[in-house]
Design a protein around this ligand. Structure first.
Ligand SMILES: [Zn+2]
Length: 243
């Protein structure tokens, strides 16, 4: 708790960043993912500082100043790569130099991204990018695939892909901070409820399930059908002795 995270959606305003063959702009993808990531990090109790929340120009110096003044604990800069080689399609996380906290964060983030997206693993890379060089906090720069790769551009157009990216980034950051990444897969409406611990356990054990809209509705009375389903789930677990 009490962590302060700087999120930097790359580019914006007059600077579109990379543009895919289908016209998708890097600045749109980075902002959308950053706003979803902000929401997830707030669930962890983190304070999130965004370098922009709209399609506006923000210089690199302004971004760095903002993060340094806010004394953030970690900076995550979001980008999408582009290459003349239209086959390139890997995920990569950049750091200034190995051996420090940035590398530790990068390892968690990169692992979660590769597992979630199933895109090629470009690994942890070193680069002297301004944002990595000038921020006082440990900083990582994530290249979320390639806009120059037509299939990846099509995937990055989808909300679902962006949600997957935000979730993987959030999980990686949570793991780096030593926080519980399973918070993100729990129904949001049980968080802070007096019975949160009990409900979490029932969900983990598979006795009860949330609703498809991502809620659990902890104060809604159970129907006789839901009770029957819950009891049968319990019986199944006992007979398969998975408890
Ligand atoms: Zn970029």
């Amino acid at each position: 708790m009490g962590w302060r995270i700087g999120l930097d959606p790359g580019h914006g305003g007059s600077d579109p960043g990379a543009v895919g063959p289908g016209g998708l702009k890097e600045k749109e993808v980075t902002l959308d993912v950053a706003l979803m990531l902000e929401e997830k990090l707030s669930l962890l109790g983190c304070e999130v500082i965004l370098s922009r929340r709209e399609d506006v120009d923000v210089s690199l110096a302004e971004r760095v100043d903002l993060f340094n003044r806010a004394k953030v604990d970690l900076v995550v800069s979001l980008h999408v790569n582009s290459s003349y080689n239209t086959e390139a399609s890997y995920l990569a996380t950049y750091i200034l130099a190995p051996g420090g906290q940035a590398e530790k964060a990068a390892r968690f983030i990169q692992k979660e991204l590769v597992e979630a997206l199933k895109w090629a693993d470009g690994g942890i890379r070193q680069a002297g990018f301004y944002i990595l060089r000038e921020t006082e906090a440990p900083a990582v720069l994530v290249e979320m695939g390639f806009l120059s790769h037509p299939e990846q551009e099509a995937a990055l157009r989808q909300k679902k892909t962006r949600q997957t990216l935000a979730l993987a980034l959030a999980r990686g950051i949570a793991l780096y901070l030593g926080l519980d990444p399973d918070v993100f897969s729990l129904p949001k409406d049980i968080i802070g409820h007096w019975a949160e611990g009990v409900i979490r356990r029932c969900l983990e054990l598979g006795f009860l399930h949330g609703y498809p809209d991502g809620t659990f509705r902890p104060d809604q009375p159970a129907t006789r059908a839901e009770l029957a389903a819950g009891l049968l789930n319990l019986l199944d677990k006992i007979t398969s002795s998975k408890l």
